[in-house]
Ligand binder design. Sequence first.
Ligand SMILES: Cc1cc2nc3c(=O)[nH]c(=O)nc-3n(C[C@H](O)[C@H](O)[C@H](O)COP(=O)(O)OP(=O)(O)OC[C@H]3O[C@@H](n4cnc5c(N)ncnc54)[C@H](O)[C@@H]3O)c2cc1C
Length: 391
Amino acid sequence: MTKALIIGGGIAGAVTAMALQKAGMESEIFESYPTGADDVGAFLVVFANGLEALRVIDAQAPVVEHSFPAQRVALIGSDGARLGERPIAGTEQGAGLGPRTLRRATLYQVLHTEAARRGIAVRHGKRLTGAETVRTAGGTRVIATFADGSRAEGDFLVGADGLHSVTRTLIDPAAPRPRYTGQNTVCGYTRDADVALPPETYTMIHGSRAFVGCTRAPDGEIWWFANIPGTELDRAHPPAAAPRAWRERLAGLLADDDTPAAAIVRATDDRIVASNAYDLASTPTWHTDTMVVLGDAAHAAAPNAAQGASMAIEDGIVLAKCLRDHPEPRRAFVAYEQLRRERVEKVVAASAGLAQRIASGTSGGRPARADGAERGGPGDGNWLTGYRIEW
Ligand SMILES: Cc1cc2nc3c(=O)[nH]c(=O)nc-3n(C[C@H](O)[C@H](O)[C@H](O)COP(=O)(O)OP(=O)(O)OC[C@H]3O[C@@H](n4cnc5c(N)ncnc54)[C@H](O)[C@@H]3O)c2cc1C
């Protein structure tokens, strides 16, 4: 049986393994973390296109079960005025499933549980450091090497190793690095804010110095995120006092506005995490004869359009479909790139535009639609959330 080595046990890795199994191929996942992902972590939204892609591999139900819905976006200006309300992209006219919110770590766990239930092996503590292609009488094989000195051999290697992908640089040592967008994304969770938020709604607050989005989970907890300009954080050594420092800094940025945002942030305890917002507009080379990248390893959007996870899911399923239809990996990789490149780069560009408008404050009077549904944005014309994969 054809065997894939999948590098990275995140969203793209788990989905690709399940999709390859559906296509009749065997996979082994190699994840650098010693255990499963389990942090306070950011939360994310999976839109209708991502959910429909999960349906192809019968993995939609567990994601829906562990997440909660949102149907609408309400927009508030820095003076507290309501600027509008509308359905979130993908929910209009009963067009399909609305977006689902869950923690990133929960999505990882749900997908891993589902992959394990299907007999897919996940090897933890395996950090890819190198890979070589070997020619055999029957074709080509790939041998991966890991930081612990071990090796693994397969018919092809899928780099699902995220934003700072090693596979991407093995494929092309000159591949561009992710670009820091100049924004920090801060996420928090609180049960203690005495603030009225409408149900199943993302309230987007265009503060004068920071943009905040929040929603209420069914158990009453408020989940919020903020985009604020700032310097790139040291990814390897986050400062120990981070939650308190972020709370104070953000509350200060929100203090002059007449919105509920400052009260929400002040009511949050230490469950605050901050990260850098990066993007990766275009990776010129996605594959060799035996290796290919997908998800954030190939393209990454600033978080504003909230489509990175959905794109990673779509990628995994389209790649598996191409490998099913073109038994020679190189031809499958060419077909996959043809089907995916234009779409994912359009999402990255749209998200960067959205981030830019929020950062420059030009969204103030006429708010940017932060779920990506604005005209000219990723939700326009239903091209984004209306996308469906025919297996
Ligand atoms: C703050 C924030 C908010 C976000 N919000 C949203 C949102 O609302 N909606 C949305 O769709 N997306 C959102 N995203 C983006 C989304 O999380 C990513 O696009 C998505 O996780 C990409 O999936 P992936 O599988 O490609 O990469 P990842 O999920 O990053 O997985 C990569 C995996 O590879 C492993 N790995 C890395 N290097 C190696 C190596 N050398 N060897 C072995 N394993 C390795 C990593 O440990 C990791 O498990 C957000 C991101 C951030 C930071």
